[in-house]
Design a protein around this ligand. Sequence first.
Ligand code: IMP
Ligand code: MG
Length: 176
Amino acid sequence: MKETTRVLIPEDRIEERIKELGRQISQDYAGKQIHLIGILKGSIFFMCELAKHITIPVTMDFMSVSSYGSGTRTTGVVKLIKDLDEPIEGKHVLVVEDIIDSGYTLSYLLKNLSSRHPASIRLCTLLDKPERREVDVDVDYQGFRIPDEFVIGYGLDYDQRYRNLPYVGVLSLTEE
Ligand code: IMP
Ligand code: MG
C-alpha cells in the first residue's frame, strides 16, 4: 500500500488557534492554578504548545490509555497503561487530548478522573470529529472540528508514525 498525505490544517493555523485557546483558558481560570493532564502520546505536541500560551500557574501530569477493538473500530473497552504520578484531589484539572472520535476513551477517562475528587474537571481537545460520536462527551475547549477522515500529524499517528509532522494531514492508502 502506498501512503500519501495532504495538508488539512497548516501549521500556522494550528498555532494561531492554540494561542487563542491559551488566552481563553487563562481568562476562564483567572486567579486559579490549572493542572493539565495530557493523554499520551497523541496530545504531547498540542499540550506543549498550549501550555506556552497559558499565563496563569500551570502544573502537568500524563496518562496513557489504549482502547481495545477489532481492527479500526473501538469497542468502548479502555485499558489504563500508565496512571498519573500525582493525586488530583482539589485541583482544577484540564484534560488535554489530541482528538475525540467515538468518545469512548474520554468518557472512560472523565469518569475515572472525576472519582478522584478534583476541584473541577474540563476537557480540551485539538480536534473533534462529531459525526463519529457514539457516546456523549462534553467538550469545553476545541481547536478544530474536522470531517470524518483519518488524520495524522501534530501528535496523531498511523501505526505510530507521522506524529512529528508539523501540520494535521489526511492519510490515504492506495494500491501501488
Ligand atoms: P475514541 O475513543 O474513539 O474517541 O478514540 C480516540 C482515540 O483514537 C484518539 O485519542 C486517537 O488516539 C485515536 N484516533 C481517533 N481518530 C483518529 C485519527 O483520525 N487519526 C489518528 N488517531 C485517531
Ligand atoms: Mg489518543
